[in-house]
Design a binder for this molecule. Structure first.
Ligand code: AMP
Length: 283
């Protein structure tokens, strides 16, 4: 496994690919099995893999969150090596944000002002800028993102459609603990009691997704249930893709699975004892 800090060193990678394609998995480190599932998905398709580890300051709207974000580089590198990753890119802030590079402009429609966009102002601007730069540096033919960050996937799909139409995007299902809790780098900040409570999020999402015509009542009921358990709920909603329009109570799609795959999702964000958690259930 080769580890690079500088973007210019990545140029050599392409001569080492042979007939294989280069699959890219961007991360912010503090790696867990969820991240590794993206790597495995790329390897299973026969691609060479490159993982980036960069905690992107531009996408944190809360400086305390940035400060507290777990950083475990040595452990991350050991995990990636054991997983058989080919290349790792660990750039510095200066490498990612040279003063000479202009921001890219991508039309995100209402994605930028809804849900994560509304609760984390500037977040998707930061995501788009960092992923744009990473795609430019790495020049992959396939990229792998986790459905755990569903709205981020939809934003990246716009970036790809508008700026990198030659790149193929893969959305990989969420890896969960046995309890159903979505794996996340932030989970290390949860006490064991909070971990148990946090597992209730996915139970609520799953229940709402199976309620069909009664989903609006179920949303209200589960928002109250989670609040009573100690969550500060930011949003709990049923939305359609790709723009995350809220589903109308009397407009539940009875046949959500069209030819393009699942169309709807129940989405959640909220804090438990100061730790912000997001999850979703696609149906
Ligand atoms: P992050 O390091 O949190 O920026 O995540 C890097 C990538 O891993 C993103 O595409 C995430 O959506 C994905 N990811 C994070 N957690 C999970 C999970 N539990 N299952 C699948 N993918 C995940």
């Amino acid at each position: 496994m080769k580890v690079f800090e500088r973007a210019e060193d990545l140029l050599h990678i392409h001569s080492e690919l042979g007939s294989q394609k280069l699959a890219f998995i961007p991360t912010m480190g503090a790696l867990h099995q969820g991240h590794l599932s993206l790597v495995r998905a790329a390897q299973d398709m026969g691609h060479k893999t490159i993982v980036s580890i960069f905690v992107n300051p531009l996408q944190f709207n809360n400086s305390e969150d940035l400060l507290k974000y777990p950083r475990t580089l040595e452990h991350d590198l050991a995990l990636l090596e054991a997983q058989g990753v080919d290349f790792v890119f660990t750039p510095t802030n200066e490498e990612m944000y040279p003063t000479t590079t202009a921001d890219v402009v991508v039309d995100l429609g209402l994605l930028d002002s809804r849900f994560e966009g509304a609760f984390r102002p500037g977040h998707f601007h930061g995501v788009v800028q960092v992923v744009y730069r990473l795609f430019k540096y790495v020049n992959p033919s396939e990229v792998f993102f986790g459905q755990k960050d569903l709205q981020q996937c939809l934003v990246i799909e716009q970036l790809i459609e508008q700026v990198f139409p030659h790149i193929k995007m893969h959305r990989i299902p969420t890896m969960r603990e046995e309890s159903g809790l979505a794996m996340s780098s932030r989970n290390v900040r949860l006490s064991s009691e909070s971990m148990l409570k946090a597992a209730e999020i996915s139970k609520s999402l799953k229940d709402i997704a199976t309620r069909k015509e009664e989903f609006c009542e179920a949303v209200v009921w589960h928002a109250q249930r989670l609040t009573q358990m100690g969550f500060e709920v930011e949003y709990l909603s049923c939305v359609s893709m790709p723009w995350m329009d809220a589903l109308e109570c009397d407009h539940f799609s009875k046949e959500p699975n069209g030819s393009n795959g699942p169309q709807n999702a129940v989405i959640f964000a909220g804090s438990l004892n100061g730790v912000r958690l997001i999850d979703n259930w696609v149906f």
